[in-house]
Design a protein around this ligand. Structure first.
Ligand SMILES: Cc1cc2nc3c(=O)[nH]c(=O)nc-3n(C[C@H](O)[C@H](O)[C@H](O)COP(=O)(O)O)c2cc1C
Length: 318
């Protein structure tokens, strides 16, 4: 088993273990949120480059929920045409494509937002899932990391709500659970449910609890990134980690979380070289590795990695 070994998720075949993580390409998108020719060109380049799985950048469920002005939208049906052109590229090059579904939320003011507003956003997520499916994507990735809406709700630091959306662990996860339950019929054998979560929400132990819960409620693949950090951790590394762990602390979260669940785990952050990626996959520390900035620098990262692998091991990969 190596970096280039295929992996099946539901009916979909990933050619290898390399993932393009969601990357908002602000400079390629206008304020209206529509897919542009330049954006299509980028996804074509990454698809041609041999990537195993593409997670299309954060698409916003509501016009007032954007993280920046120029982010792609999925908040009404007029976006489906452009998004379906992206999905078509995946089909053309045999690369399964999920699209990330996002709402920026309210930061630490999450406790003061009305219940009705969250009910409305929940409906907007459900509608966005339906649009993603009708556009032809192979699934969705719920954006539950990086201190955005779902991360705010999952966080025991920020979610001090006293209604159905907060309180105990199960109530903090209510939005996620309700969303998944109410869209179950969409997730047949051809439609994958991914979740990008904060592995530190705020501690690794919370991340493990969240991941186990997500597996239990039907998530097909988990992507571990960062959450709302512990404010006492002022340094770059937001968790306690063994000193001899040689990869990034966010990768560590993924590696640790994988030990507690059976569904595939994607790890990410500062994985640059084929050798690093291979080490993580061959030792089964992660099922899949995401290469973000490395792919921006080199959209054909996988093709390049095959050459590097050959130089290092003498083994040829098609
Ligand atoms: C330009 C840029 C845009 C990003 N956009 C998103 C996004 O839309 N959704 C998301 O979950 N993470 C986003 N991220 C985070 C990346 O997915 C990834 O986790 C991060 O870049 C670390 O991986 P890397 O070191 O391989 O780049 C973005 C990062 C960058 C640099």
């Amino acid at each position: 088993m190596n970096l280039f070994t295929p992996l099946n998720i539901k009916n979909k075949i990933l050619k290898n273990r390399v993932v393009l993580p969601p990357l908002v390409r602000f400079s390629m998108v206008g304020k209206d949120g529509y897919v542009t020719e330049e954006l299509l060109e980028w996804y074509r380049d990454v698809s041609k480059g041999g990537t195993g799985l593409i997670i299309v950048e954060a698409s916003c469920v509501a016009e007032d929920g954007k993280l920046r002005d120029n982010q792609i939208g999925i908040w009404n049906d007029s976006f489906v045409e452009g998004l379906s052109k992206v999905a078509q590229i995946g089909k053309q090059y045999d690369v399964p494509m999920l699209i990330q579904i996002h709402h920026a939320g309210f930061k630490d003011a999450i406790a003061t937002v009305s219940t009705e507003k969250l009910d409305k956003i929940l409906e907007q997520f459900i509608d966005a899932f339906k649009r993603a499916k009708s556009a032809g994507f192979d699934g969705v990735e719920i954006h539950g990391a990086h201190t955005y809406l779902l991360s705010q709700l999952n966080s025991r630091l920020w979610n001090k709500r006293e209604d159905k959306y907060g309180g105990t662990f199960e109530k903090r996860m209510y939005f996620t659970k309700e969303l998944i339950e109410r869209t179950k019929q969409l997730f047949d054998a051809d439609f994958i449910l991914g979740y990008r979560m904060g592995g530190n929400e705020p501690e690794l132990e919370d991340g493990i609890e969240i991941a186990k819960y997500l597996e239990k409620i039907g998530v097909d693949i988990i992507h571990v990134s960062s959450g709302v950090p512990n404010p006492e951790k002022k340094q770059e590394v937001k968790i306690d980690m063994p000193e001899d762990f040689k990869f990034d602390w966010v990768v560590y979260l993924g590696v640790e979380i994988k030990k507690h669940i059976n569904i595939p785990v994607i790890g990410v952050r500062n994985i640059k070289t084929e050798e690093q990626a291979s080490e993580l996959v061959e030792n089964r520390m992660l099922d899949l590795v995401a290469i973000g900035r490395g792919m921006i620098a080199r959209p054909n990262w996988v093709e390049h990695a095959k050459k590097e692998y050959f130089k290092r091991t003498g083994k040829l990969v098609k």
